[in-house]
Write a protein that binds this ligand. Structure first.
Ligand SMILES: [Zn+2]
Length: 97
């Protein structure tokens, strides 16, 4: 889980998940300094967010639709759970990428 770059406050899982969906950054609950996801983290998250889409290719194999959908849902839940662990924060907006 990331720490605020100004005060070092440890961010919660939920707080970190929220900052990922806010393009204009999010204030630290401790020091109110706006924090942004680093561009390096955004690139990393962007790459793994394609994983469920790639898993749709499982439909090309002889797996049943239920198993394929189950795998895609399981991987999606796993990714959402792991997202906050892959995020690093910065005090300066580094842009989209
Ligand atoms: Zn802070």
């Amino acid at each position: 889980m990331p720490n605020c770059q100004k005060c070092g406050q440890h961010w919660s899982w939920l707080q970190t998940l929220k900052v990922n969906f806010k393009f204009d950054g999010m204030e630290c609950q401790n020091c109110c300094e706006k924090q942004y996801v680093t561009s390096k983290s955004k690139k990393k998250l962007n790459r793994i967010s394609y994983l469920p889409v790639i898993l749709i290719l499982l439909l090309l194999f002889d797996l049943s639709l239920q198993i394929t959908i189950g795998i895609i849902i399981a991987v999606s839940i796993l990714l959402i759970g792991l997202y906050p662990f892959l995020i690093k924060l910065t005090s300066e907006d580094e842009g989209v990428f």
